[in-house]
Design a protein around this ligand. Structure first.
Ligand SMILES: C[S@@+](CC[C@H](N)C(=O)[O-])C[C@H]1O[C@@H](n2cnc3c(N)ncnc32)[C@H](O)[C@@H]1O
Length: 330
């Protein structure tokens, strides 16, 4: 019997299909144009994704990375809300729908899905590739400007992925407040840069102010212990490189690591990690050094040695972004 195909594999195949028939040089040029258009143009005053070649470039070049980053954030969120499954999902600034694929990869089954974006070509392409995913066949793709006039019907889950950086400060605040008033759970994902982290913290503060509890990555809903300007909380998701990636970026690496910052918060009771591993663990001879964000609003380093027995073996298997200690199985 064939193994079931995961949404990640289906997405990869659908995205590869987009490039069929597009001469590689033309695809690479569309990506270069996209990179130049994004550079120095935020907040954007008009859609950057203007035509099909822009969105094919975005989907083939960036969507695998945003999909993996959102999937990684949702996996941590799902662990913190065991037993909860969203009954409906709205993806704000959803573009070609990366977060809708990530939600369907995290929680089985079908649910009403709405994607809002002001770029019609992105919505059209999103709709086209979503036809390959049974969970997204009934998704609705609506042209909508995000800002203070945004109105949302109530929903279980709102995602805002790689969008806040394209908005003015006032629109960022309005979007998060609107999401908070409509949803049971809100997940915000941004690039893993100091600026992306700052926008995540801003969103985190607003969600807490609206009565939400932080489910991930933080072990608590108190103030973030990171001193702004000194460091930033971010994580890393591995992304398989497509042939287009290799062509644009050069080199032959089979993967690259997407750095992202995120916050996932809910109006209902959550079970956050006891502590969170906030850097890549350092494995030394007979010991593992873990940089942790703890429940007492502090950052500290734990050294786990062979003398700790099973905990040492667990530490060797622990990755950046994981909860610590590992939650009991089942
Ligand atoms: C970097 S893309 C992210 C797309 C998708 N969420 C993802 O994670 O791949 C940013 C998206 O935000 C949309 N966007 C930016 N500003 C907007 C606005 N003011 N109103 C509606 N959509 C907007 C863009 O059209 C684009 O699709």
């Amino acid at each position: 019997m064939n193994a079931p195909v995961s949404p990640a594999d289906t997405l990869r195949a659908a995205l590869a299909g987009l490039l069929d028939g597009l001469p590689p040089k033309q695809a690479a040029q569309a990506v270069e144009r996209l990179i130049v258009n994004y550079r120095g143009r935020t907040p954007t005053d008009a859609p950057v994704l203007r035509d099909r070649s822009d969105v094919v470039a975005y989907a083939a070049y960036r969507m695998p990375a945003t999909f993996e980053a959102v999937s990684a954030a949702l996996a941590e969120f799902a662990d913190a809300v065991p037993g909860w499954t969203p009954g409906s999902h709205v993806d704000i600034g959803g573009g070609t729908g990366a977060a809708t694929w990530a939600v369907s990869a995290t929680w089985d089954g079908q649910r009403p899905v709405t994607v809002l974006d002001w770029a019609e070509p992105a919505l059209a392409l999103g709709r086209e590739i979503a036809a390959a995913n049974p969970a997204l066949k009934a998704a609705e793709w609506h042209r909508s400007r995000i800002g203070s006039a945004l109105a949302l019907e109530s929903t279980d889950l709102v995602t805002v992925s790689y969008v806040l950086g394209e908005l003015t400060e006032a629109d960022r605040a309005a979007v998060v407040d609107t999401a908070a008033s409509a949803a049971q759970a809100v997940v915000v994902v941004e690039p893993g840069t100091p600026e992306g982290y700052a926008r995540v913290i801003e969103a985190r503060d607003r969600l807490i102010g609206a009565g939400f509890q932080v489910a991930a990555p933080c072990p608590h809903s108190a103030a973030c212990p990171i001193v702004p300007g000194e460091d930033w909380c971010h994580f890393s998701a591995r992304v398989s490189r497509s042939s287009l990636h290799r062509q644009v970026k050069g080199g032959s690496l089979a993967y690259e690591d997407e750095k992202f910052s995120y916050v996932a918060a809910a109006r209902f009771p959550v079970h956050p990690a006891a502590s969170r591993v906030v850097r890549r663990p350092q494995i030394r001879k007979g010991q593992v050094l873990l940089d942790l964000c703890g429940p007492d609003e502090s950052l500290h380093r734990d050294t786990v040695t062979k003398r700790h027995g099973p905990l040492y073996r667990a530490a060797r298997d622990t990755d950046w972004g994981d909860p610590w200690p590992p939650p009991p199985e089942g």
